[in-house]
Each structure stands twice: as C-alpha cells, then as structure tokens.
Ligand binder design. Structure first.
Ligand code: ZN
Length: 133
C-alpha cells in the first residue's frame, strides 16, 4: 500500500476502496507509526505527508457487511465520490485471469513489464471507451 502510493505524496485526501477495506484499514495508521524505522528508511518523509485516508467498500460487496460498516464505508457518502461504485478493479480481474498462466512462467522483470503493459492496455481501453459530451 505504502510502496504503491509513495508517488502520490502531496494529495490531501486519499480514498482506499476494496472489498474488505473496512477490516484492512483498522490499525493502518498505527502500523505506520509502529514500524516507523522501516517506513522512514524505505520511504523517507512519507509518514509525515500521508494524506487523510478514507476507506470505502465497493457497492457490490457492501451489502455483505453489517449495518454499521455500510454506513461508515459506503462510497456514496463521501465527498467527491459521485456515483463511483468502487468495483472497477475487480472487473479487470476477470480479464487479468486469462493471462495468469503465462505471467507465472515469466521471470520477475518480464512479468513486471508484462503486467504494466496489460494494465496500461486496460486503462487505455477504458479511456477510449468513454463518451465525449
Ligand atoms: Zn465491513
């Protein structure tokens, strides 16, 4: 999580959306503090600049959570989220699964390049399919 988001330091607000973000996020801030030496040596300055983080559960998964969780983690209750359903990443998983068998055979560098290309392709396809008004 920290490694992936180190390039976004400077954001004021960050939304973490995942099926079980409500469980995953428990203690996240305290883990950052407890492992301060590790984070400061690998990601200098990141802990002090970590943005305000809100955790949401995607709309498809939210009905399986209890009432308190649904109220706290519904993406539609957060400013700026609009009608975002938080399930886009999982839609891509079905497409990614087709490539899993070949990716697992690759060396680590080739796999990283391959996955980067694959995700860029998904993003490009998504952008190209957006309507213009
Ligand atoms: Zn929950």
């Amino acid at each position: 999580m920290v490694s992936a988001h180190q390039h976004f330091v400077g954001l004021q607000v960050f939304y973490q959306v995942y099926d079980i973000a409500c469980k995953w996020a428990v203690g996240f801030q305290s883990r950052l503090q407890e492992d301060a030496e590790f984070f400061d040596s690998h990601f200098p300055g990141l802990r002090s600049q970590w943005p305000t983080m809100y955790t949401c559960v995607g709309k498809f998964h939210l009905p399986n959570h209890d009432r308190t969780c649904r109220r706290r983690h519904d993406p539609h209750t957060f400013p700026g989220m609009g009608m975002f359903d938080g399930e886009g990443l999982e839609r891509a998983w079905a497409l990614e699964a087709r490539h899993a068998a070949s990716a697992v055979e690759m060396g680590i560098g080739t796999r990283e390049d391959w996955l980067t290309w694959l995700f860029e392709m998904f993003n490009t396809d998504k952008i190209m399919s957006l309507r213009t008004c």
